[in-house]
Design a protein around this ligand. Structure first.
Ligand code: A2P
Length: 333
């Protein structure tokens, strides 16, 4: 494994998942440098029973480091990832800072593992909603090219970090106690509500999250012709994103074929029981590695038999972030 691993953003929601995954996956023997803002310097974090002190992230944090996992926001990645690369580390970056840089591979290990090997110091982890969508769509696309995707997301609070998760919990308590909800991490009340994803809207009317799903999917699939439209929505769920995914294939395809392909696809678990109406739910997708896929049915609005509807749920902090990054790092060993 790696001799020396730095985690930038270790005190955050994704940072904590890095620690659990490193423990679970037995990344033993290495040294760890745990990095966050000056606010967290001096805090301690246990890895496999050994106490480590959190240090302030600076340009000199990376001496001797061979892998740096970054999840401290795009600005922090832009500022400090170059220092990590200069010190000889490979950076796996969870932010959007470098994803669309043509010199930076954007990798989902089940899809384009070979891209990771062509890095120039930085490998980008895709956006969480993108990863959760493409993991089940790719095995279908390989068999029968997907020409168009129309997706609607139901995104959890965890995508906006630890403060947003705490805000959802506190607001839920406050509202139940008859107190006003205080939006701080989010622009609007999250408890007992939903709202359009709070990323910036461009001149086309799409928000940044939606644009990421379009462009990142094209980059990961190496297919600029795949047409994608997305509507991203934040819902009062703690840590797993769900998505209604409508697919148009080049050739006719049946739900049975889709179920067959997905039942042996890596990183995916089919949950599609029509009788008890047991389908993917964020509560069952939370804290597990696989993306759950169900509601597999023919799209009746496409009479040529080329349309399929899916509903997926995946843990935003795991496959949507920390797990995918850790899997990328493992490709390099
Ligand atoms: P800190 O806890 O010291 O603020 P989340 O996405 O859950 O909000 O977590 C963000 C992570 O990024 C935290 O670990 C946070 O550290 C870290 N972070 C935010 N800003 C900086 C910064 N300027 N320098 C280093 N770490 C940062």
């Amino acid at each position: 494994m790696f001799d020396s691993v730095a985690i930038a953003g270790v005190t955050g929601a994704v940072g904590q998942e890095f620690i659990s995954l490193i423990e679970q996956r037995g990344w033993r023997g290495g040294r760890f440098r745990l990095l966050a803002s000056a606010r967290s310097a001096g805090r301690t974090v246990r890895i496999a029973g050994i106490e480590h002190t959190v240090e302030e992230l600076t340009e000199s944090s990376f001496t001797g480091v061979d892998l740096a996992l970054f999840s401290a926001g795009g600005g922090t990645s832009k500022r400090f990832a170059p220092a990590a690369v200069k010190a000889g580390a490979v950076v796996v970056d969870n932010s959007s800072a470098f994803r669309m840089d043509p010199n930076v591979p954007l990798v989902v290990p089940e899809i384009n593992p070979d891209d990771a090997r062509n890095h120039q110091g930085v490998i980008a982890n895709p956006n969480c909603s993108t990863i959760i969508m493409v993991t089940p769509v790719w095995p279908l696309h390989r068999v029968n090219r997907v020409k168009r995707i129309a997706v609607c997301t139901y995104q959890s609070a965890s995508g906006a970090g630890m403060r947003a998760m705490e805000e959802l919990q506190n607001q839920t308590r406050d509202v139940l106690d008859g107190k006003p909800a205080k939006p701080e991490a989010f622009p609007f009340q999250c408890a007992f509500n939903l709202f359009s994803h709070n990323s910036a809207i461009d001149e086309t009317g799409y928000n940044t999250e939606e644009v990421k799903m379009v462009r990142e999917t094209q980059k990961i699939f190496h297919d600029d012709d795949i047409r994608i439209t997305a509507t991203c929505v934040r819902v009062p769920v703690l840590r797993a994103h769900s998505e209604a995914v409508n697919l148009t294939f080049e050739n006719p395809i049946t739900p049975e074929e889709v179920r067959e392909i997905l039942s042996s696809a890596p990183g995916v678990r089919v949950v599609d029981q029509r009788e008890p109406q047991h389908f993917p739910m964020p509560i069952e997708a939370s804290n597990i590695d696989d993306v759950l896929v169900g509601r597999i049915r023919q799209d009746i609005s496409q009479p040529d038999g080329c349309g399929i509807e899916l509903f997926v749920s995946g843990d935003q902090l795991l496959k949507g972030a920390a797990l995918n990054a850790v899997q990328i790092a493992e490709l390099l060993t």
